[in-house]
Design a protein around this ligand. Structure first.
Ligand code: PNW
Length: 441
């Protein structure tokens, strides 16, 4: 019997992003992105790795589509490389770039896989960065123009605007570990506002021109907890503050049309961001959301000083403390505290240093346990009435893991980077069985 918690229409999917898999960075008129630039500076990315070749998906997509079909995937989430469409960040679209994504979407359709497109997964055209990037309000307007091009070019029902604005703000602008490598809080929060504005403007365009389609943001959310005594008022304050910075500062403007007052006050002490909020901006940002992409990897347990305390085992990447219950808590919270919109878990997964064994198999038991436990949490949330419509494993393929290079492998499909040979890991075989039987196993 299939697991009764999951509806029969539930979408079993997998996700990727353009710069992490495509390669072919100088082909078919593609312009440079901030990630090409960031990778070119020694010290930014482990082992000097870049996405120049990645897993060559730009050329190998037919094989990849066949692998997806073989697993029985119901949905595939990919991202569009803005610099393939507008090499200089604005103006007439590059036909060859549009054609690539048209072929991809056609290939998905032919195989009965529902496409979902992310418009921005961090690869900003370098030309726009040269003009100030997300610190420049114009970039949000340019994004809406680019979005309109894509809405017209591709016949896709479900769209995501910005992938993980928090990661751009924190990794890209507060900590400087992602492109564009800025370490400046005063600038970071200006970027936050413009990313949300871009999300709202693009959503508006879709609603005006394509009623019946759906759009929303893809937010990485981190449940925050007290590591020790949750009744200690000091720790409760710290946890609440962190929740503001990691979750509410993104959710509240989008769903409630207002920045959370406590977080905005904290930001105002560090950044001129509030002076960048113009009349009407929050109305744009508060444009109704049709579907929310929820990306969950980890939760944060904090002590009284706000330091992170690791209470559970971590994965290969230290930041990924494994806590499936956090996903359940998060989904239930979204239902209780925010308007009832359909939810999609658009990323969830775990890295491991997987290798192909002598028997030709990749025995990634840890990943199977991780996915099973997190899907169990989704099942429990469904049983509580949370409207989760689907789940997309991060990631379909091993790929370029940003500043970490190629070592952490997130895929359910192994890629031998020397030969580009694909091998289904045991987790992929497990997922295939789950999709076929509806049982978590
Ligand atoms: C996401 N954190 O990034 C991205 O959307 C993917 O492109 C990436 O490959 C994947 O997760 C794995 O890292 C994250 O610090 C970056 O919790 C940082 C965090 C979470 C997700």
């Amino acid at each position: 019997m299939p697991d009764p918690r999951f509806p029969s229409a539930f979408t079993w999917g997998a996700a990727t992003s353009a710069y992490q898999i495509e390669g072919a960075v100088a082909e078919d008129g593609r312009g440079a992105s901030v990630w090409d630039t960031f990778c070119a500076t020694p010290g930014n990315v482990k082992d000097g790795a870049t996405g120049a070749v990645a897993v060559d998906h730009y050329h190998r997509y037919p094989e990849d589509l066949d692998l997806m079909a073989g697993l029985g995937l119901g949905g595939y989430r990919f991202s569009i490389a803005w610099p393939r469409i507008q090499p200089a960040g604005s103006g007439r679209p590059e036909q060859r770039g549009l054609d690539f994504y048209r072929r991809l979407v056609d290939g998905l359709r032919e195989r009965g896989i529902a496409p979902m497109a992310t418009l921005f997964h961090w690869d900003l055209p370098q030309a726009l960065q040269d003009a100030g990037g997300w610190e420049n309000r114009d970039t949000a307007e340019r994004f809406a123009e680019y979005a309109e091009i894509m809405f017209d070019a591709l016949d896709i029902r479900d769209w995501l605007t910005i992938n993980e604005p928090k990661t751009v703000v924190d990794c890209g602008y507060r900590w400087g570990i992602h492109a564009p490598g800025v370490q400046d809080e005063s600038r970071a929060f200006v970027v936050l506002h413009h990313l949300l504005l871009a999300h709202g403007l693009a959503s508006r365009v879709l609603h005006e021109h394509h009623p019946g389609r759906r759009i929303g943001p893809a937010l990485n959310l981190h449940p925050t907890y007290a590591a020790e005594d949750p009744d200690d008022p000091e720790v409760a304050k710290v946890v609440r503050h962190r929740d503001g910075l990691e979750n509410r500062v993104y959710l509240d403007p989008i769903f409630k049309g207002a920045y959370p007052a406590d977080t905005l006050e904290w930001i105002a002490e560090r950044s001129p961001m509030p002076s960048h909020i113009r009349d009407g901006d929050l109305k744009v940002i508060g444009e109704p959301v049709d579907v929310l992409g929820v990306q969950y990897y980890t939760s944060h347990f904090l002590d009284r000083r706000g330091e992170r305390v690791l209470k559970y085992p971590t994965a290969q990447l230290e930041w990924l403390e494994i806590f499936p219950r956090g996903l359940y808590d998060l989904l239930v919270r979204l239902k209780d505290e925010y308007p009832a919109v359909p939810l999609l878990v658009t990323e969830n997964g775990v890295p491991a240093p997987d290798e192909v064994g002598e028997d030709g198999r990749v025995d990634d038991q840890g990943r199977i346990a991780f996915l099973r436990d997190h899907l169990d949490a989704v099942g429990d949330a469904l049983a509580e009435g949370v409207p989760v419509e689907g789940y997309y494993v991060w990631s379909f393929l091993d790929n370029f893991e940003w500043a970490e290079g190629y070592e952490p492998r997130f895929g359910i499909v192994h890629v031998d980077y020397a030969t580009q040979r694909r091998t289904l890991k045991n987790s992929a075989l497990w997922y295939r069985d789950l999709i076929a039987t509806g049982r978590l196993g």
